[in-house]
Design a binder for this molecule. Structure first.
Ligand code: 8YV
Length: 323
């Protein structure tokens, strides 16, 4: 008997077909009654596939058959891990395939904020370029500056490599553990959190969201940064206290910010929109055709292995055994 899979995100027709080969597949219809679809699909589902929706005790209590959730993301802050463990539900994710793409985007945001790309683009298109530019249009150098990475994991290291080898930047990092191999490779210097905030010209956030990292950057931390510093967030919105950030940008406490993520997504209205020194992207760290395809492939593979008796390539809670 085929097992039941509920897909709660968009999936290409090819991937739907591949899934149907092995499973009874139900696709969430975003135009329909969302709650009703979850209510009928969850009690039957052996597997869930998708991204962008929280799952914990409240959502899964009636999902009595559930064996695996395959998230199409590297981050898993949407999932109540303790509850999944208690229930013996395996969670799989999609690291590695998005590392370089997300690092590209992190560096793009850094450059765009430093050289004021969206702001100047809008300025030119509005017809304001009537004489050679002056200091009012000047940006900040990137090359040779100090890059502070909070969260020197795979993506953080890939951003640091771009800075070190592409732009001759000095790399600082802070965190719970030292990374001797990266110190060697990048000449990265391990330092205290406050020291990094005070020294870096660019502070780049790449930490996973957890109880420890929620509002890691708030009023106190922004006050420690240089007035010329630029903050880049490609991690998760709640890592930054957004109200404090707005204040810091309005007051010129820091120069600019490049943001891909927000406390509440999608971001539909925000005081950030009124600030020319903020670059706002719609959570597109991994959003290229190639990488989203690779993430979907990997998530499918994880799901198939979990439900058909193999070992998924990326298990968040490997202590839970596939049934
Ligand atoms: C997700 C991400 O695909 O992988 C992650 O953790 O943040 C993105 O790559 C995104 O959350 C989809 O909405």
């Amino acid at each position: 008997m085929k097992k039941n899979v509920f897909v709660f995100s968009r999936l290409s027709p090819e991937h739907q077909q591949r899934l149907r080969h092995n499973f009874n597949v139900t696709l969430l219809d975003p135009a329909g009654d969302i709650d009703a679809q979850y209510a009928s699909a969850l009690p039957e589902a052996h597997g869930l596939l998708g991204v962008g929706r929280p799952f914990g005790r409240a959502q899964l209590e009636r999902a009595g058959r559930l064996e695996v959730i395959s998230t199409i993301s590297v981050g898993y802050d949407n999932y109540e891990l303790a509850y999944l463990n208690e229930r013996g539900i395996l969670l799989t994710n999609t690291p590695d395939v998005l590392t370089e793409t997300t690092a590209d985007l992190g560096f793009t945001l850094l450059m765009a904020a430093a050289r004021r790309v969206p702001e100047l683009d809008a300025w030119v298109k509005a017809g304001h370029w009537q004489a050679p530019v002056g200091p009012a249009q000047f940006g900040s150098d990137v090359h040779g500056k100090t890059l502070g990475i909070l969260g020197l994991g795979n993506i953080g290291a890939a951003i640091a490599r771009r800075g070190r080898f592409g732009f001759n930047m000095e790399v600082l990092y802070s965190g719970n553990s030292r990374k001797p191999a990266l110190e060697q490779e990048l000449g990265a210097r391990y330092c205290g959190f406050d020291e990094l905030l005070g020294e870096a010209d660019f502070v780049v956030l790449v930490v996973p969201l957890s109880a420890q990292t929620r509002h890691l950057i708030g009023r106190r931390e922004l006050a420690l940064m240089k007035p010329s510093a630029i903050l880049v967030n490609v991690a998760r919105g709640p890592v930054v206290d957004e109200a404090a950030l707005v204040e810091a940008l309005q007051n010129g406490q820091i120069r600019a910010a490049g943001l891909d993520v927000y406390e509440k997504e999608p971001l539909r209205e925000s005081p950030l929109f009124a600030l020319p020194n903020v670059v706002t992207l719609p959570h597109v760290g991994s959003a290229t055709h190639e990488t989203r395809q690779a993430m979907a492939e990997l998530a499918l593979d994880n799901l198939e292995r979990a439900l058909l008796g193999g070992t998924p390539r990326h298990r968040v809670n490997p202590q839970v055994r596939a049934r």
